[in-house]
Write a protein that binds this ligand. Structure first.
Ligand code: GLC
Ligand code: CA
Length: 542
């Protein structure tokens, strides 16, 4: 197997709760995934990233692990998980798992021991502090609202980057690190091909834990405390002790890693095979996403990041994941969402540079939900920030409107397989409500319709596999920059050239005639100088 095999892959992300329910309890499971492996094979993906399926009280939907060695029984047994690995590998598809080691669940045996006995070994696996004035040790604000510190009944404070049920692990403790490495290798021995590594830039803390000055908010956001000096010692060690030995694929969620730090993380000798490129993840600040100015700003962000990163390392490129809203909603005004604009989006990112990731349902254009009641929502972040905001006097309707735009639950509604009951996901009421539009947007319809988004993604994946050398090594260069609203770039390697030209506006556009051959287009023509609204063309020349 090649050292950089993962550069040739297309990855598909599965959120196991919402993918496919095989036993009618309303929750997706391992056997459900097995049932759909042929679908995934047919789509053409090479690697599945499975979101946390470990034992967990599910406060943060599995990102709060109570036992790293067992699976959560809601998904099946450890044996079922093994069958999933086996069945997947049989089809020549690999599996990567989520590795969540910045924190664990407060139900984990380690934390339980540590709260009972401040002197035990496990007490050193976490960050405990006491204060003279009984106040929190500092003014840092956790990612999910409130302080990063919560208090035990004996007066000790413990640190959590996320929810209070997710205490941070103390990476300074060598014994703990050894336990983590042992666990990683145990899973690698089971035949998985690597990991998506959660929130990893938080593992090194500023141990002075001193308060930061704040202007207009009383707490300092912990998001600003990532990639802290010294983190490399831990990351290099983990790479050497685990990842390197198995030649596995590692993709890190590494918030706070800017263009400058990119090389340390995802360069040739980086800590990981790749990191997610969060540099152009949404158009959150834009009032009108369809305006030429907004499109141009987004385009510049994409090109800036890709031009930088493609020279020094490897990225994971994506439009969606389980923490974000659906890409059609993120990058388009509602009235512009259709097959053409969704396939245009897909064309823009797929060949940029790096390994493309597709999130479940993205390939059929699943959309956001209009959340009308906070009780319909499941996301801990939404629920807690809602509560905090309402307590501070914010308008609840405004909060719901915000979640309908940007909430994490938009990506977590059940996969829409058919137009039947619950979108064919489950016989019974699903754990989170379905998006009503499953009657129209679903896999069954799109497989039948050869002009659907599903088939378009399938073609993009096929071309990706056809041109692996070019996409692995080819230079990236923006082109046709003089056309506002047009997003176009080329990838070239030797005499091969692949050019992506997308009119990302809702009006027609005239461009200069291209001399290469159009190999894929979301409209019927593809050759004329006149481009239709959201027309996307892929050209190729040998
Ligand atoms: C990452 C995950 C997110 C989770 C958080 C805490 O950001 O993607 O879903 O809530 O880490 O583990
Ligand atoms: Ca189930």
């Amino acid at each position: 197997m090649k050292n950089d095999w993962w550069k040739e892959c297309v990855v598909y992300q599965i959120y196991p709760q919402s993918f496919m329910d095989s036993n009618g309890d309303g929750i997706g499971d391992f056997n459900g995934i097995i049932q759909k492996l042929d679908y995934l094979k047919d789509l053409g993906v090479d690697v599945l990233w499975i979101c946390p399926m470990y034992a967990s009280p599910l406060i943060d939907n599995g990102y709060d692990i109570s036992d790293y060695y067992s699976v959560n029984p809601i998904f099946g047994t450890n044996k079922d998980m093994e069958s999933l690995i086996e069945e997947t590998n049989k089809r020549n598809i690999k599996i990567i798992l989520d590795l969540v080691v910045n924190h664990c669940s407060n139900q984990h045996e380690w934390f339980q021991k540590a709260i009972k006995n401040p002197k035990c070994e496990e007490a050193d696996y976490f960050y405990f502090r006491t204060t003279e004035d009984d106040q929190e040790p500092n003014n840092w604000r956790s990612n999910f609202g409130g302080s990063v510190w919560s208090r035990l009944s004996d007066g000790r404070w413990y640190y959590h980057t996320f929810a209070k049920e997710q205490p941070d692990l103390n990476w300074e403790c060598k014994k703990l690190r050894e336990k983590i490495y042992k666990m990683i290798n145990w899973w690698l021995e089971k035949g998985i091909a690597g990991f998506r590594i959660d929130a990893i830039t938080f593992i090194k803390k500023d141990l002075s834990f001193s308060s930061r000055s704040m202007k207009d908010c009383e707490r300092y956001p912990v998001e600003n405390l990532t990639d802290y000096p010294g983190i490399g010692v831990f990351l290099d060690e983990m790479k050497e002790r685990c990842f390197e030995k198995y030649n596995c694929m590692t993709v890190a969620e590494a918030p706070g890693v800017d263009n400058q730090a990119f090389e340390r993380y995802a360069g040739k000798n980086g800590y990981f095979s790749m990191i997610f490129d969060f540099g152009w993840e949404n158009m959150e600040d834009e009032k009108d996403k369809s305006s030429i100015d907004a499109i141009e700003r987004w385009k510049r962000k994409i090109f800036k990041n890709v031009s930088n990163n493609s020279k020094i390392g490897w990225s994971a490129i994506f439009l969606e994941n389980h923490d974000q809203s659906r890409c059609v909603n993120k990058f388009l005004e509602k009235e512009n969402i259709n097959f053409y604009s969704a396939s245009a989006l897909a064309s823009i990112y797929f060949y940029l540079y790096g390994t493309p990731f597709v999130y479940q349902g993205q390939e059929i254009g699943m959309t956001n939900v209009e959340w009308k009641d906070i009780n319909d929502m499941e996301d801990v972040r939404a629920k807690r920030t809602y509560q905090e905001a309402v307590e501070q006097g914010k308008d609840p309707q405004e909060m719901l409107a915000y979640f309908s735009e940007l909430g994490r639950d938009n990506a977590r509604t059940p996969m829409q397989w058919t137009s039947g009951k619950n979108g064919g996901f489950s016989e019974s009421d699903p754990w989170i409500k379905c998006n009503d539009n499953y009657t129209v947007i679903n896999v069954e319809n799109q497989i039948k319709d050869t002009n659907s988004l599903y088939h378009y993604y399938k073609s993009l994946i096929q071309y990706h596999h056809k041109h692996t050398e070019l996409l692995k090594k080819g230079l990236f260069k923006p082109v046709l920059e003089e056309y506002p609203g047009l997003i176009a770039y080329e990838r070239s390697y030797g005499s091969q050239k692949l050019t992506v030209v997308v009119n990302f506006t809702n009006s027609q556009m005239k461009i200069s005639k291209m001399t290469q051959k159009c190999v894929l287009c979301n409209y019927k023509n593809g050759e004329t100088a006149q481009m239709q609204p959201y027309e996307a063309r892929i050209y190729y020349r040998e």
